[in-house]
Design a protein around this ligand. Structure first.
Ligand SMILES: Cc1cc2nc3c(=O)[nH]c(=O)nc-3n(C[C@H](O)[C@H](O)[C@H](O)COP(=O)(O)OP(=O)(O)OC[C@H]3O[C@@H](n4cnc5c(N)ncnc54)[C@H](O)[C@@H]3O)c2cc1C
Length: 652
């Protein structure tokens, strides 16, 4: 008799079935270093290129072939971009910095949309000013990151972070004005370029994947939102009671707090999680809680255990149809649900690379010649010339792979005429000076950059814990399995990624989304690492630790296994069908919003994002963190405010 295979060979066999041994593009880069001949053009990308005293232009971003949007593997906070920040937090010091001798009007820390917008607003008011933007990543845009793939000779794009123009309240004059200046006419472009019904028109629908570990059996059901719940769930691995309760939560008009006024209901609902509402008020079966737990993860990055029932009501989640809650927010609601409840939200527009298009348009405006073209449509297919970003003769310079470790006034903050900024490139410190600085970086890091800030402000900044999340882009040889299953979007409450869907169909400028099922296609997957049951920020911290300790190999194995299990009845073969994987990990993702379950109920002016953003001499603070909401309009508005505050000081 043959001996049964040991665990190791069983795992190896499983890995082979999943395709872990297949040569896809993610293996061309090992921790950011190009290792194959085909990637040779991009090899200088991470090369140590700038020694002390060497000209600043001899940098990685100037090398021929430097084009980070095409990189696959671990992206987002990619290896090499954050380690020095953590070392700074842990008390590391560096040898004396080399003075670059550079003097600017403004130095912006952080090249996300907020920092780039700040540079734009400053130049609007001081057209002859010289500005340096420093960012720790190998690409600009911050969360607004572009994932680019060449699939069988066709350009395919996905957002590696910031998905679309969309906010809980209409864009205000500043943010809307900037979009207009950049040539983005949201309603007109939305009408012209978005085909939101593309997949539905071909008979594809949304589905739910129940996994064995959570629900006892693997089962995909299709028709979420299109067929009655009783039909949809008929074959789901749920008890008859659980099926009935889900159908009731979704469709029945029941007042679960009869005799209580709307105001009192709102107060009560703001003090219990959505999970507690379902468990203790609706009194559902425990499996129903598991079905719903991930429903909040896309918006909040944590499960229903850490989001208030009232916020879920404001966001349009089910169960409240019969509760007779009057329209309108209360102060104990988060930024997102309160905004949607009060206003219905902003206009919406999805570019194929998400709001990376906004970042690219800002760079086009700031550094002429770096991004060819003239319109918000042609920018989508434009290839950025990264070597133009940091040229000595350019009034605005965008310096990548440069992490700032210190920002200080040269002299007494109340009277100083200059600030000095220290940054590391290839782990070597450099300094540059400016008349003022806008910190458009993660606000929770600012106390380490500016230890002389008042203690109360540093405390507030430390409290701005961001939400970790992962946006994974997977290239597939075709979408045949999806068509066979009549599926384009999946909610997977117990799986590694809680959601995935086919790339939204957008045709814009010269960019064409794939049409035929046989064509290669991208899918977008969302994972939000968090730890069930803890207060929100502790969940965020645990999720961040998990993210930074997860290897690409583990991500890849989980992605392959999840797609194989979900799509198996459609004939999906992970070994054959997956051609590239990009894991955009954002350990510092969404800006924190007020959460009534865990945060003190204080007026807006006393909340940490407001206390933390106080100007400090010639240093002012931007980023969506200081707006208290993870949205692009906040990033822009806060960039504008920080510039106005700085101008006020400079002109005083
Ligand atoms: C996955 C994801 C999806 C999102 N989807 C949407 C969406 O659909 N719509 C929407 O409106 N918003 C969305 N957001 C919110 C998004 O954060 C904002 O819209 C906006 O992109 C934030 O811009 P920002 O410049 O404020 O911050 P960031 O984009 O985070 O930019 C800050 C930059 O500063 C850099 N930095 C930090 N510290 C330093 C340092 N010490 N030295 C140098 N550089 C530093 C950071 O690395 C980063 O590049 C999403 C966010 C995430 C994470």
């Amino acid at each position: 008799m043959q001996e049964p295979p040991d665990d190791l060979s069983r795992n190896r066999a499983l890995d082979q079935l999943l395709g872990m041994d297949r040569p896809i593009t993610r293996r061309d880069f090992l921790n950011g270093i190009a290792i194959t001949a085909t990637a040779a053009a991009a090899a200088p990308l991470f090369a140590a290129s700038q020694g002390a005293g060497t000209p600043l232009t001899a940098a990685a971003q100037d090398a021929v072939g430097y084009y980070p949007p095409l990189l696959t593997g671990l992206r987002g906070s990619h290896p090499g971009s954050f380690e020095d920040a953590h070392a700074l937090r842990d008390g590391q010091t560096w040898p004396p910095a080399t003075d670059t001798g550079e003097a600017y009007d403004l130095i912006v820390v952080g090249g996300g949309i907020s920092g780039l917008a700040a540079a734009h607003f400053y130049r609007q008011r001081a057209p002859h000013s010289r500005i340096l933007v420093l960012d720790n990543h190998d690409d600009f845009g911050g969360h607004a990151k572009r994932n680019e793939f060449d699939l069988d000779g066709h350009l395919n794009l996905l957002n590696g972070g910031t998905l679309e123009i969309d906010s809980p309240r209409p864009y205000g004059a500043v943010a809307a004005g900037l979009l207009k200046t950049l040539g983005i006419d949201v309603p007109a472009l939305a009408r012209k370029t978005q085909n939101l019904e593309f997949y539905e028109a071909r008979g594809l629908q949304a589905g739910v994947f129940f996994d064995q570990e959570t629900f006892g059996a693997d089962k995909l059901v299709v028709g979420l939102g299109t067929v009655p719940f009783a039909t949809l769930l008929a074959e789901a691995p749920l008890s008859a009671r659980a099926r009935k309760e889900i159908a009731q939560i979704e469709t029945a008009r029941i007042d679960y707090m009869p005799g209580v006024s709307s105001d009192d209901k709102k107060q009560r609902l703001s003090r219990m999680s959505y999970e507690a509402f379902l468990r203790d008020v609706v009194r559902v079966d425990p499996s129903v809680l598991k079905f719903y737990n991930a429903r909040t993860k896309g918006e909040w990055g944590v499960g229903t255990d850490a989001v208030s029932a009232l916020d879920c009501w404001g966001f349009g989640m089910p169960g409240f149809q019969g509760m007779k809650l009057t329209k309108g927010s209360i102060s104990r609601m988060g930024f997102t649900p309160a905004g949607y409840e009060d206003t219905g939200g902003s206009f919406r527009l999805h570019f194929p690379d998400g709001n990376a298009t906004i970042a690219r348009l800002l760079v086009r405006d700031l550094v002429p010649g770096a991004v060819p073209g003239h319109t918000a449509e042609d920018v989508v297919t434009a290839r950025v010339d990264y070597s133009r970003l940091d040229q000595p003769d350019s009034p605005v310079r965008v310096r990548l792979n440069s992490i700032v470790t210190r920002v200080r006034h040269l002299g007494d903050p109340a009277a100083a005429k200059e600030v000095e900024v220290t940054y590391l490139r290839d782990h070597r410190p450099f300094t540059a000076r400016a008349k003022g600085a806008v910190l458009a970086c993660y606000n929770m890091m600012i106390p380490y950059l500016c230890p002389e800030l008042p203690a109360g402000q540093k405390k507030a900044l430390h409290e701005l814990v961001k939400t970790p999340l992962v946006y994974t882009s997977v290239a597939l040889r075709n979408r045949l399995a999806f068509d066979a299953l009549k599926l384009y979007r999946v909610y997977a409450p117990g799986s590694y990624h809680s959601y995935f869907h086919l790339n939204p169909h957008v045709d814009i400028g010269a960019y064409r989304s794939p049409r035929a099922p046989e064509e290669p296609v991208l899918i977008h997957m969302v994972r939000t690492p968090c730890q069930y049951g803890l207060p929100e920020h502790d969940q965020n911290r645990a999720g961040r630790a998990e993210l930074l300790n997860t290897s690409f190999e583990t991500f890849e194995r989980n992605i392959r296994a999840q797609l194989a299990r979900t799509l198996k009845d459609g004939g999906f073969d992970p070994a054959h069908d997956i051609t590239a994987i990009t894991v955009n990990r954002w350990p510092h993702g969404y800006a924190p919003e007020y959460n009534p379950l865990f945060d003190p109920d204080v007026p807006e002016a006393q909340r940490p994002h407001v206390l933390g953003r106080a100007p400090f001499g010639r240093i002012t603070i931007a980023n969506s963190d200081s707006g208290g909401g993870a949205y692009t309009d906040q990033a822009i508005d806060q960039g504008h405010r920080a510039v106005m505050e700085l101008m006020h000081t400079l002109e005083a």
